[in-house]
Design a protein around this ligand. Structure first.
Ligand code: NAD
Ligand code: 89Y
Length: 343
């Protein structure tokens, strides 16, 4: 198969990981980049040796013949950029959060469906190797049918120095980080019928909530708790580890600090180390996330080659984004929110 020609739009904080990952992946390469900030364009262009540079996305689409575009900007620009990709018949990857509202996200899915182009949300946390290890245990049947789950992310890591916009939005942790935890809950326990949410803001220097606790009824009958916090000071800072507890009819799964996986099943208890590899360009503690970027982008190339729908397609991600919307509605009202009414 000829190498796929991709372009990256948005050369900011996280895009550097995506550029490193593209260099690791066979079958695709980034031939052009775009950022409305000339400084960011120069930094990333020089770092990765990309000569074809654009400050305007419309000019990028007009000037390049592309097999896909990788949109790594923040949420406000996602809808216009995805719609521009659809108009130009170019398959698109879009960073999370998919859109500022579910209505925007639905319009983006429709635009790509109508244009007949693939759309994948860069929802990478489910691609982390420790989370994939938990999924593999569930698939093995060793713990039987899951009836309870807890997906937990508690930290006091300073995310604001790298991503200052996170401190200024009315919405913070559910939209930024909890969105990943909610997606992991769907990945492990299936779709959700009802969510009940409580939030708090502990850090006085930010605008949004930095603590959220969500109780969910899954359509399978399982119950889960998704809890996340950026106000939790621990003896050992676990960022960016997601901890998982699953109880099943025949056993349990525990993914604990330092990627220790304990499975108690029909055949007794097994403990293993499911630490992600430290890729040559990666740096701790981000290596867990960085490895998942390679995995999701490789999946995208496979999907384009085989004409299959990505696991985190735009259509799939509507269900994760609906959980985010429902969580904010429920946090404001104090009431449980049914998901079917939103989708
Ligand atoms: P950033 O602000 O550092 O970078 C965004 C870049 O996009 C900026 O350089 C900006 O100039 C550019 N840009 C914005 N609108 C544009 C437009 N219309 N055309 C061209 N360029 C445009 O942001 P970031 O921290 O890199 O975050 C980007 C996205 O990645 C966010 O949605 C964030 O939530 C997400 N993110 C994802 C993960 C993950 O693990 N999946 C981790 C961190 C951030
Ligand atoms: O933006 C967030 C994400 O997606 O992963 C971690 C993060 O960078 C900060 O919460």
């Amino acid at each position: 198969m000829a190498e796929l020609r991709g372009a990256l739009i948005g050369c900011g904080f996280f895009a550097v990981n995506q550029m490193h990952a593209w260099r690791d992946i066979e079958g695709a390469s980034i031939v052009a980049i775009c950022d409305r900030d000339p400084e960011r364009l120069k930094v990333v262009g020089d770092q990765f040796g990309i000569a074809r540079r654009y400050v305007d996305a419309a000019a990028l689409f007009a000037g390049e013949s592309l097999d896909f575009v990788d949109i790594a900007t923040t949420a406000p620009s996602h809808r216009p950029l995805v719609e521009m990709a659809a108009q130009n018949r170019v398959p698109a990857i879009c960073q999370k959060p998919f859109a500022p509202s579910l209505a925007d996200a639905k319009a983006m899915v429709k635009a790509c469906t109508d244009a007949g182009v693939a759309l994948m949300v860069h929802e990478n946390f489910r691609w982390q190797s420790p989370i994939q290890a938990v999924r593999a245990v569930l698939d093995s049947g060793d713990i039987g049918t899951p009836f309870f789950g807890r997906i937990s992310f508690r930290s006091a890591y300073d995310v604001f120095s790298g991503q200052p916009y996170l401190a200024t939005g009315k919405r913070f942790i559910i939209e930024d980080l909890g969105i990943h935890s909610l997606d992991i809950a769907r990945f492990l326990l299936g779709d959700v019928s009802t969510i009940t949410t409580r939030t708090a803001r502990i850090n006085p220097n930010i605008a949004g909530e930095d603590v959220a606790t969500m109780l969910m009824d899954h359509k399978s009958g399982a119950t889960s708790v998704v809890d996340c916090s950026y106000a939790t000071k621990l003896a050992t800072e676990p960022f960016p580890q997601t901890l998982v507890e699953i109880d099943g009819s025949d056993g349990t799964i525990r993914l604990e600090h330092n990627y220790r996986l304990t499975v108690t099943g029909r055949n007794g208890t097994a403990v293993s180390d499911v630490s992600p590899p430290l890729l040559p360009w990666a740096s701790r503690p981000w290596h867990n996330i960085q490895e998942s970027v390679v995995a999701i982008q490789r999946h995208w190339v496979d999907c384009l080659a085989n004409k299959t729908e990505p696991a985190t397609s735009g259509a799939d991600n509507l269900r994760t984004l609906a959980l985010v919307e429902a969580a904010y509605v429920g946090a404001a009202s104090g009431e449980p929110v049914r998901l079917d009414a939103l989708l």
